[in-house]
Design a binder for this molecule. Structure first.
Ligand code: E4P
Length: 217
């Protein structure tokens, strides 16, 4: 499973990149607003830190506008994936960009039929939003299971990017169901490292080692 960070905070991205486990980054207009930074500067900087896909979202809602914005975004760096909404114009844009060899991430996916459409439009990634479905009382994780079946039935190469991840159990369940990628806030990614038995075990090993008076280097 690939790990993407769902953030526009440069410092957080740098720290995660140092872990060696970060495969990409996703941003959206709300995350850019939260960062208080210039959108194009953020995309440029993130794309230079992370070699994998960096999703940058268009804000126009019509085909011509999305194509104009995509043109600016995809020129920033080869690893920029243009993010488009799951609408008829968004999928038309996806089809045109994918045909040109540009990676497209189709976002705001809330049903398996929407995911089927995105795969037919040639999306590199489909982003089903788990947390937002949970928020309205629909189990988001079931959507991942349905999309996995459909994509496997037809050998669609579109990668399932589990999004709107809120906690480590979302990551675990998405991984068990075969999501190709998950994108989560940095705090959730760091939580994955943690276990109280790791902490207490390490403390005990350190104490015993110190009492031997030995050194390795
Ligand atoms: C995905 O690309 C989105 O940026 C993101 O996962 C949305 O998550 P949220 O529902 O926590 O805002």
């Amino acid at each position: 499973m690939k790990f993407f960070a769902d953030t526009a905070e440069i410092d957080d991205i740098r720290k995660l990149a140092e872990s060696g486990l970060l495969d990409g980054v996703t941003t959206n207009p709300s995350l850019v607003k939260k960062s208080g930074k210039d959108f194009l500067d953020v995309v440029r900087e993130v794309a230079s830190i992370v070699p994998g896909p960096v999703s940058a979202e268009v804000v126009a809602q019509d085909y011509d506008g999305m194509m104009r914005e995509a043109e600016v975004l995809r020129k920033i760096a080869k690893n920029v994936a243009v993010k488009v909404p799951l609408t008829p114009d968004g999928l038309r844009t996806c089809k045109a960009l994918s045909g040109d060899g540009t990676m497209v991430n189709v976002t705001l996916c809330f049903s398996a039929n929407q995911a089927l459409l995105a795969a037919k439009a040639g999306a590199a990634f489909i982003s089903p939003f788990l947390g937002r479905l949970d928020d309205i009382g629909q189990p988001g994780i079931e959507l991942i299971a349905d999309i996995r079946i459909i994509y496997d039935n037809y050998d669609f190469p579109t990668e399932i990017l589990a999004a709107s991840i809120r906690h480590p159990i979302h990551v675990l369940e998405a991984a068990k169901l075969g999501a190709d990628v998950m994108t989560a806030p940095p705090s959730v990614i760091w939580q994955l490292f943690k276990h109280p038995l790791t902490d207490s075990g390490l403390a005990a090993f350190t104490k015993d080692w110190e009492s031997t008076g030995q050194r390795i280097a």
